[in-house]
Design a protein around this ligand. Sequence first.
Ligand SMILES: [Ca+2]
Ligand SMILES: [Ca+2]
Ligand SMILES: [Ca+2]
Length: 519
Amino acid sequence: MIKSVGLTPNMSTPVRETPRTTPQAQVTDSVVLGQNLAVSQEKPQPVPSGVPHPTPLPEDPKVRSWQGETIYFLLIDRFHDGDPNNNHAVNKDDLNRYHGGDLQGVIDKMDYIKSTGATALWITPPMDNQTSFVNSDGYHGYWPVDHFKTDEHVGTMDKFKDFVNTAHEKGLKVLLDIPLNHTAWEHPFYQDPAKHSWFHHNGDVTDWDDPWQSENCSIFGLPDLAQENPEVEKYLIDVGKFWADTGVDGFRLDAVKNVPKAFWDKFNQAMHEHAGPDFYLMGEYYVGDPSKYAQYQHGGMDGLVDYPLYYTIDDVLAKGGSMRQLADRVADCDRKFAKPEMMSAFLDNHDTKRFLTKAGGDRDRLKLALSFQMTLNRIPSVYYGTETSMESDHEGWSESSRRMMDFDNDPDMLAHFQKLGAIRKDSIALREGRLLEMWQDDQVYAYGRVHPQDEAVVVLNNSPHEQTREIPVRAESRLREGMALKELLTGETVTIQNGRIHSKLGGKQAAIYMPLDKL
Ligand SMILES: [Ca+2]
Ligand SMILES: [Ca+2]
Ligand SMILES: [Ca+2]
């Protein structure tokens, strides 16, 4: 989807101050936890996972497959301002204008990102963008005017290479966002009569349900590249090779729906030939129907962001719908996706309202949703600030989901996320195990994650009230009668009796059980 808020003057939303709700008591707690960089400049210590038999993710990002990663997604302009010298025309009071974040800022906060438990970074496009159009700036990176250099607000190409090297040294992979559907209005090719055939000239999309229009017309008037033109195809593949050669570990491909699938098949093949089979290609396909996804994975796109699941997370975990709906959606997607484990699950992103806002500010709902996302058979993508309970405005489009990162907004939520991150990092069952449904009713959903080396059982209570269930162990599991299971969020233990796990959960709570004895 195209980040073009503010193209229409009346789309812009009045800016409100981000509520600062951090009481002194929470700041003190964060010092005790030792995880808050803004309070303590010391390098954060890893949070203990409590996993009984840890199977840690390897430190070296180059030897890891993408399946085990946890992605942290940030907008470069909205994360951290590490270099005031590149703050050209910054206006922090207007959400449609540059806020000053840059690659140096991401480098400066890399220890923080690592401390969340994330293992990979997805950043918005760093390519040179058109500075502004009507009442909005190209701060988001999706308006390229030059595909082969960095934007002056972001930092130099050398700084970009520093950024990639620093991420790798700290054990983080890098996923680079690239827009290949369109260019900005001021791209020199669009002004060049000799390149008339490089663009479609079909006007704007007027019917979003018409697939031809979606591929061949402009979105918000942006010049729409004609990927079926062999010269354009070669050019865009060269753009991909150029950025792959910087050492990044994969691409997030913008606006998959708006580009012919035939192009993606060629692009994906070219990138895997050039950068290796593990170079992760994650498409953004803004469609809720899971049956349309497999064609892209069969065409070499390793994964896509899981919009079908996102919509159900919204209905069930943000708004309190039946857990049967969530369980059925997971099962349906698992059947329809070609490789569900390479899809990416998310609660919110830069094109949506923030989860906490949709959940009416209920932090227990956010904790439960994070527990679900971090124990699922998907690659989790966590949007910056969700781990510190940042919120959007209720009115307007998604521009209020793109406020400057607030590192100190909610140390308690951060601690919960860090714990989940540590657990996932230490558990091959959660990273790679097969998902087996164990229970569903309106309030409670439970699933196992079964791997030859270890197992986990996850139970989620979406009701505001305490719930107790006797959950039968699946025949495929190696969990046996009399085995003790440790619940990792509370440290309590339960013993399997009569082939069942006795699970008692407070309102809107999750449990993650793992066997105390090695399987
Ligand atoms: Ca800056
Ligand atoms: Ca620029
Ligand atoms: Ca197009």
